[in-house]
Design a protein around this ligand. Structure first.
Ligand code: PHE
Length: 348
């Protein structure tokens, strides 16, 4: 058996191989279980002991050499492959990139977050209350007369009164009207907060409210309010106006024209309505407000008598968050905020 010939032949063949598939085939041919080198080892058994030793050693050397040829060639093939890749595949850095789709906040959330932050910098604390309310907190405690039209089925979503007693216990208050409704405004949180906190206090209450009314461009059956309440010894309508003007200036980052009109709410006296000027020059009501009615303090269990040294007074306001969003983003229909139309939402 001519081992030298076999070695040369293997080397030549291995050097001609150009891809890794072929390498494997050639590897089998020479070094596989039934390959040419294996045949040599097989033939050893018929030889005399001396010859066996000599040829065996040579065959082992040959095997190692051929293995090295393969390793060497494999490296070469890999190198040329990556070389080819590097010269043919180029990154075109002038190509426009693909836009990554990122989630973002809903315009109402943006407005709420922004507004809350501004009030917090002015010393207001965030408070919250339940969306499912009792008649007491939503109306009675707020000095709303028993026959007020807002209590009507047409304006308020009343609940069938068979709700879980556990939950009812959590939100209701003995001796007071426990009839359940979806709160029509965030004002009940004023009372809830004052029941557990002593003045001086300043709170801001974000929340969802519900009205049983027909929807149009300015009205939805559910929308968001931002309630404010400040109670202290000497709080006046001037304080209210200053705070609201400062808020609006910071919120719109521009001077928005506003006007105060006399209004009426049972829980404030005097009451105002505040309008802001829209881009098209028309006025839009954005909040109701006023000086807290003494009956509200009483309902919350606050002593308001000046002779007792308390003499608390305060102002409250309820901002239509949706209305702020309409103004800020120059949207003309409140319903767009609730339809989740991607073409609309993607603009924010
Ligand atoms: N709760 C009133 C409404 O929903 C707004 C308001 C809040 C008015 C606080 C005065 C004081 O219209």
């Amino acid at each position: 058996m001519d081992l030298q010939e076999l070695k040369n032949r293997a080397k030549q063949e291995i050097d001609k191989v150009v891809d890794l598939d072929e390498i494997e085939k050639t590897f089998k041919k020479y070094l596989g279980k039934k390959g040419e080198v294996a045949l040599i080892f097989d033939s050893l058994k018929d030889l005399a002991i001396e010859e066996k030793k000599a040829l065996g050693q040579e065959a082992n050397v040959l095997k190692q050499e051929i293995e090295e040829f393969f390793e060497q060639r494999k490296k070469e093939i890999k190198n040329t492959a990556s070389e080819i890749k590097q010269t043919t595949e180029r990154i075109d850095i002038t190509r426009p990139g693909t836009k990554m789709a990122r989630g973002h906040l809903h315009p109402l959330t943006l407005v709420l977050k922004d507004a809350l932050k501004i009030f917090q910098t002015m010393g207001f604390e965030i408070a919250q209350g339940p969306e499912l309310e009792t008649e007491w907190y939503n109306f009675d405690a707020l000095n709303v007369p028993k026959d007020h039209p807002a209590r009507d089925m047409q304006d308020t979503f009343w609940l069938r009164q068979n709700m879980s007693t556990n939950y009812k216990k959590q939100i209701t208050n003995n001796n007071k009207s426990n009839k359940l409704l979806m709160r029509t405004h965030t004002s009940p949180v004023q009372v809830r907060y004052m029941e557990t906190h002593q003045p001086p206090l300043r709170i801001i209450v974000p929340g969802r409210v519900f009205r049983n009314e027909a929807t149009d461009a300015k009205h939805e059956a559910q929308f968001y309010q931002l309630e404010g309440l400040m109670v202290d010894k000497e709080v006046s309508a001037c304080n209210f106006k200053a705070i609201i003007e400062e808020f609006l200036k910071r919120f719109f980052k521009a001077n928005v024209e506003i006007r105060l009109r006399p209004g009426f709410f049972p829980f404030t006296e005097p009451s105002f309505e505040i309008d802001a000027k829209r881009a098209d020059g028309k006025w839009m009501e954005i909040m109701g407000a006023g000086m807290t009615h003494p009956n509200v303090f009483k309902a919350a269990g606050l002593n308001v008598s000046v002779s007792a040294g308390h003499g608390w007074c305060g102002f409250a306001f309820g901002v239509g968050v949706d209305r702020l969003a309409l103004l800020k983003y120059k949207i003309n229909d409140i319903r767009l905020l609730y339809q989740n139309d991607m073409r609309f939402l993607e603009q924010f």
